[in-house]
Design a protein around this ligand. Structure first.
Ligand code: ADP
Length: 355
C-alpha cells in the first residue's frame, strides 16, 4: 500500500442523526487523528453503525458537521468522501471471484485496467488472501471472507477506513487472531480507522483510543488505559470489564478505610480488587473495616474463579485464583484497599474525586 493511504483525520462537531422521528445521534463531537485507530464502543442500539454511516455519507447529519482530512464533507455524496467501509456482513458479490470483488471499487471508478491488477494483488497480499483470488465467496471460510472485505476496502487507498463490527461473524479463536492482524495491518498502512464494536475486550486491545457511545452521545473518549483506570461515569465503569465493576452505596455494607460513608457517593470496585480471606493481611485499618459475605456461586474460568458473594442484599463479584476459592455457602471476609476504589456521585453517576 502507498504511504499516502489514510493520512486524513476525521472530525465530527455536534453531529445529530435521526431515522424518521427517532433521534439516534444527539450531538456527537469526535476528533480522530490522522493514522489513528479509534474504536467506537457501545451496547447494541447506541448509534455506532449510524455514526459510521454518517461519516460515510450513507445517512445525513441533520445537524452538525463532518470533516475528513480537513475538508467539510457534510453535504458530499458517499462516492466523493474518500472513505472505505467494511460491513459486518462483508457484502461480497457471490457471483464474482475474490479478485473481481476486490477490484469492484476500482472498476466502477474507471481506474486503468493495467493498474487494477497490480493494486488488487497488493491489497490481497496485505491481508493474506493472495492465494484466494480465483475463488468465489461461497468457497471461502468466514475468516477468509472477512479478509477479502478488508482487501476490497484497502485497495481504494482511502483517507479513512470505517469498520462496522468486522470481527463479529468469526468464531472466538479466529476473532482473537484476526484482531491482532487487523492491528498489524493498521500499523503497516498507517491508515486512519474507525472500528465499531460492542466487545469491550476488542476495544481495549485494538484501539489507540476508545470512544464509548451511549444512547447517541459520547460518554467518554480516552486511551484504553484511561477508560479502564478512570472511567468517567458509572456506565463506562460497568460496561468495560467482565464481570462488571461492583457498585455499592458508600454508606453500604462494604466499608473501605479512608473512604467517607456518604450516602451521595457510590463505591466502585473491580472484581480483581476484591480480596477474600483474612482481613489483617490487607494492611492496617482493614481488620475493623472487613465485611463478611456469603458465597452464592463460583464460576471456574481457567486458573481463576469468579466468586459471587451476597452481602446485605448486594451481590459482589470477586476474581480470585481458582486454587484459593471459597466453597459455596461459606462465610468469607472481604476487603478492599482504598487505592482500588472508584468513587462516583450517586446522583449524576459521574466520577468523583477520590479523597
Ligand atoms: P448500534 O450500531 O450501536 O447497534 P445503530 O446505529 O444500528 O446502533 O442504531 C441506533 C438506533 O437506531 C437503534 O435504536 C436502531 O433501532 C435505530 N435504527 C437503525 N437503523 C434504522 C433505520 N434504518 N430505520 C429506523 N431506525 C433505525
Amino acid at each position: 500500500m502507498t504511504a499516502a493511504a489514510g493520512t486524513g483525520g476525521v472530525e465530527l462537531a455536534g453531529v445529530h442523526a435521526r431515522y424518521e422521528d427517532v433521534d439516534v445521534l444527539l450531538g456527537v463531537d469526535l476528533s480522530v487523528a490522522p493514522g489513528e485507530l479509534l474504536v467506537v464502543l457501545g451496547p447494541s442500539g447506541a448509534g455506532k453503525s449510524t455514526l459510521l454511516r454518517v461519516i460515510a455519507g450513507l445517512e445525513p447529519a441533520v445537524r452538525g458537521q463532518v470533516r475528513i482530512a480537513g475538508r467539510d464533507v457534510t453535504r458530499l455524496r458517499p462516492g466523493r468522501r474518500d472513505v472505505s467501509m467494511v460491513f459486518q456482513s462483508y457484502a461480497l458479490f457471490p457471483h464474482l471471484t475474490v479478485a473481481d470483488n476486490i477490484a469492484f471499487g476500482l472498476t466502477v471508478r474507471d481506474t486503468p485496467k493495467g493498474e487494477i491488477g497490480e493494486r488488487v494483488r497488493r491489497a490481497a497480499e496485505a491481508v493474506g488472501c493472495a492465494a484466494l483470488l480465483g475463488r468465489r465467496p461461497a468457497q471461502l471460510s468466514g475468516g477468509e471472507r472477512q479478509r477479502v472485505a478488508l482487501a476490497r476496502a484497502l485497495v481504494r487507498e482511502p483517507d479513512v477506513f470505517l469498520l462496522d463490527e468486522p470481527l463479529s461473524n468469526l468464531d472466538a479463536e479466529l476473532r482473537v487472531e484476526t484482531r491482532a492482524e487487523l492491528r498489524a495491518l493498521h500499523d503497516r498502512v498507517g491508515a486512519t480507522m474507525l472500528h465499531v464494536t460492542h466487545d469491550q475486550t476488542e476495544a481495549l486491545v485494538l484501539g489507540d483510543r476508545v470512544a464509548v457511545l451511549r444512547e447517541g452521545r459520547v460518554e467518554q473518549l480516552g486511551t484504553p488505559e484511561e477508560i479502564w483506570r478512570t472511567p468517567a461515569t458509572v456506565f463506562v465503569a460497568r460496561f468495560v470489564g467482565s464481570p462488571s465493576m461492583n457498585l455499592l452505596p458508600a454508606d453500604g455494607p462494604l466499608p473501605v478505610p479512608g473512604i467517607a460513608a456518604k450516602p451521595d457517593l457510590l463505591i466502585g470496585v473491580r472484581p480483581e480488587a476484591v480480596r477474600l480471606g483474612d482481613p489483617t493481611q490487607a494492611g492496617p485499618g482493614h481488620a475493623d473495616a472487613a465485611a463478611t459475605g456469603v458465597v452464592q456461586r463460583v464460576e471456574m474460568v481457567g486458573e481463576d474463579a469468579y466468586v459471587y458473594l451476597r452481602l446485605d442484599g448486594h451481590v459482589i463479584a470477586a476474581r480470585v485464583p481458582y486454587a484459593s476459592r471459597p466453597d459455596v455457602g461459606a462465610e468469607t471476609p472481604l476487603v478492599v484497599r482504598p487505592e482500588d476504589v472508584h468513587l462516583f456521585d450517586a446522583k449524576t453517576e459521574r466520577r468523583a474525586a477520590t479523597p
